[in-house]
Design a protein around this ligand. Structure first.
Ligand code: ATP
Length: 287
């Protein structure tokens, strides 16, 4: 095999809580992660030119060692002494810096593809252990699907699947810094923490309405006051049939949960009429 391609799915956080700030500055989190059918595409091709050669469709993205794809490839190629040349083409569709783990899923998929292309024989667990060296979200992006993430996001456990639904993704043009959000997060007795365990209960019962009644993201307490467009998108989704609507990660992406694709498409059209530019996309869950 000289060439391989792989789809790298985006994730949303159906629930996101921050338990505490650790002494080392990291945050202890409790999050429900869910992959969705919005993909970047990676194509890896062996070449005679030594080294890793990355190209992407986005001019502003780094195509050197600063790209997480490059780092994922290098980590495995160094460990296994692979000295062949490798061309990697990255076609991005997941919005960048949006709270959908775009970079992490690219790195994760690159590692999965290299494992196959060079027949390294690593198990998912072995890849996840290596991926953690590059970022806390990468083990989850290797696992994919529905999972509970604790610790700094790296402690993963299986939970019941999110019930079938349609997802509307809307991302305003605003750039939100993850560092800004976490450093301005106030954790005290007034902080409205989402009840993640209650959400898992609803998932166990496969009750989409009950799940949507309890979804929550503690980071909204920081991002929404700074970027009011997020509240406008949530309002628009809810007024147009969403069972629930929430910011993903540290934002600014908002997702709406629908029980019907027609409603999701109609809500997408309404969000497009809001007085600011946004990327909007209707999709479903990736199992
Ligand atoms: P998260 O949800 O994990 O916080 P995100 O979706 O907010 O991630 P990314 O799209 O992963 O953010 O991008 C964050 C930064 O990482 C960007 O500023 C970008 O320059 C850098 N980066 C490195 N590699 C990639 C990649 N393959 N795709 C996107 N961004 C990348």
């Amino acid at each position: 095999m000289d060439s391989i391609w792989i789809n790298a799915p985006a994730k949303i956080n159906i629930g996101l809580d921050v338990i505490r700030r650790r002494e080392d500055g990291y945050h202890e989190v409790k999050m429900i992660m869910q992959s969705i059918r919005l993909f970047d595409r990676l194509t890896l091709t062996k070449t005679k030119n030594r080294g890793i050669h990355l190209t992407t469709n986005l001019r502003f993205l780094p195509s050197n060692k600063d790209n997480l794809v490059y780092q994922g490839a290098k980590l495995l190629m160094d460990e296994f002494g692979i000295e062949d040349g490798l061309n990697i083409r990255l076609d991005k569709r997941i919005p960048v810096a949006a709270g959908m783990a775009g970079g992490s899923t690219d790195a994760a998929s690159c590692m999965l593809a290299i494992n196959q292309l060079y027949e390294l024989g690593l198990s998912k667990r072995q890849l996840m252990k290596r991926g953690l060296r590059l970022g806390a979200d990468i083990p989850y992006c290797i696992l994919k699907g529905t999972a509970l993430a604790e610790g700094i996001g790296e402690k993963l456990s299986t939970i019941p699947q999110t019930p079938d639904c349609c997802i509307l993704i809307v991302k305003p043009g605003t750039h939100v810094s993850t560092k800004f959000v976490y450093s301005n997060l106030v954790l005290d007795e007034n902080t409205p923490h989402p009840d993640i365990d209650r959400m898992i209960e609803a998932m166990k019962k496969r009750d989409l309405h009950d799940l949507c009644a309890h979804i929550g993201n503690v980071l909204e307490t920081v991002t929404i006051p700074a970027y009011p467009e997020i509240a406008e998108i949530k309002k628009c989704m809810k007024e147009n049939g969403a069972l629930g609507s929430l910011m993903s990660g540290s934002g600014p992406t908002v997702f709406g949960i629908y029980d019907d694709i027609e409603k999701a498409n109609a809500a997408k059209a309404k969000c497009k009429e809001l007085p600011f530019n946004c990327f909007a996309f209707v999709t479903d869950l990736y199992r």
